[in-house]
Design a protein around this ligand. Structure first.
Ligand SMILES: Nc1nc2c(CCNCC3CCCCC3)c3[nH]c(NCCc4ccccc4)nc3cc2c(=O)[nH]1
Length: 372
């Protein structure tokens, strides 16, 4: 059966809420941060690491997996869960965003998007139906509709035409999904409309009318200001049904996560924690720590005094700085582990705070310590 969202508790003072998403691959407590696995791996993490840190769902990347290892191998492996030995839920994006952010010379038309692989320049064509077919081959538990994500300063006319095409694509993908997907697979619609509230309202209303299993807010965290993101987020989220999961795509930093969950968002994903880890930056309860800084040369204290993760329980800042400066892979691995653990633990604390009607208190305490 497709996923079922169970609303458990609404925060007394905000739109934040605690729930559980029941899927065939397991339950997902919300609000939740979802670690991003690009080519079938959350970079440098084993599946045991992910389970140990409390990851309940991870993302797979339709665009990358389609190009490498390709769907022939994916099908022979029996899907991504078996291929990467991850037996919990997997969410996949539809590939449109990655085509526009990674592929070379792509061309958009009513039927779909023509693009050249960023790996070998080979020519490919994604349509709404093709995107669902690939996500089926991956055995994705939660699939995304094929959409166009427009950047923050796109014109009203461009956003209007793009949003209307994304609605037509959503319907095509949903029809293909109903005829071809496994009953345990779920499909989300994605709300577009750029920074224009009238277009956001039309997109939300028309997308909800198609009756998806859940709804994503797309077209955010694409270069707009934080104020614009929060404004569009707080306008759009209440237009989505309360009895279905809501996913804010591409988020993010701790403050963007707090703002999203406060607006009533249940799910979020971002490459940030593992990407900044590889560049030697850690998220800690006292703000970002750029471990390469000389100030940590003889700092033998833990990375984050308030963290009980493997990295913070076993290594010092001086040692992590040494690894990163020596370009040792262990440095990227230990910082990735901590950054993911930090965000997952933050979400666990947020869920607990909502249960006690103290979301705003926790947010205030976190912001003060973090330095927001
Ligand atoms: N369909 C779709 N996807 C979007 C995504 C990709 C979400 N992550 C997928 C995930 C799948 C597996 C591979 C990785 C990606 C977004 N990411 C962002 N901002 C990220 C901004 C950002 C922040 C920090 C670092 C890099 C980028 N805005 C987004 C808007 C959309 C959208 O409208 N439609």
């Amino acid at each position: 059966m497709p996923l079922k969202y169970e609303l458990i508790k609404k925060d007394k003072y905000t739109n934040a809420r605690v729930g559980v998403i029941h899927t065939a691959s397991g339950d997902i407590p919300t609000p939740i941060f979802m670690p991003v696995g690009t080519v079938g791996t959350v970079k440098t993490m084993t599946v045991d690491d992910l389970k140990e840190m409390g990851a309940k769902i991870i993302l797979g990347n339709t665009y990358h997996l389609y190009l490498k290892p390709g769907m022939d191998i994916m099908k022979k492996a029996g899907g991504l869960h078996k291929f990467m030995n991850w037996d919990r839920p997997i969410l996949t994006d539809s590939g449109g965003f990655q085509v526009f952010s990674l592929a070379d010379n792509r061309k958009i038309s009513e039927d779909g998007v023509m693009f050249r692989s960023h790996i070998d320049g080979s020519k490919h064509f994604f349509t709404p139906e093709k995107s669902i077919e690939i996500q089926n081959d991956i055995h994705s538990d939660i699939m995304m509709s094929f959409d166009e994500c427009v950047d923050a300063n796109a014109s009203y006319d461009y956003v209007k035409n793009s949003m209307e095409r994304t609605l037509r694509w959503a319907k095509r993908g949903l029809d293909y999904h109903k005829a071809n997907s496994h009953p345990d697979q779920s499909l989300f619609g994605i709300v577009q409309g750029g920074m224009f509230k009238d277009l956001r309202e039309i997109s939300a209303r028309e997308t909800v009318a198609m009756d998806f299993d859940g709804y994503s807010i797309g077209g955010l965290s694409v270069g707009e200001t934080k104020e614009e993101m929060i404004d569009i987020l707080n306008f759009t989220t209440p237009l989505l049904p309360e009895d279905k999961p809501r996913y804010n795509m591409g988020v993010g930093t701790p403050d963007y996560l707090f703002e999203s969950f406060e607006a009533g968002i249940d799910m979020a994903d971002c490459v940030l924690p593992t990407r900044i880890a590889r560049n030697g930056t850690a998220l800690t309860s006292e703000g970002r720590v750029v471990i390469k800084n000389a100030t940590y040369k003889e700092d033998f204290s833990p990375l984050d005094p308030e963290c009980d993760c493997y990295t913070c329980s076993n290594y010092s800042r001086a040692y992590l700085r040494h690894l990163v400066n020596a370009k040792e892979i262990l440095g990227a691995r230990l910082l990735s582990y901590h950054n993911l653990y930090f965000l997952l633990k933050m979400c666990e604390n947020i869920r607990e705070a909502i249960m006690n009607d103290s979301f705003l208190d926790y947010k205030k305490e976190f912001y003060e310590k973090y330095g927001y």
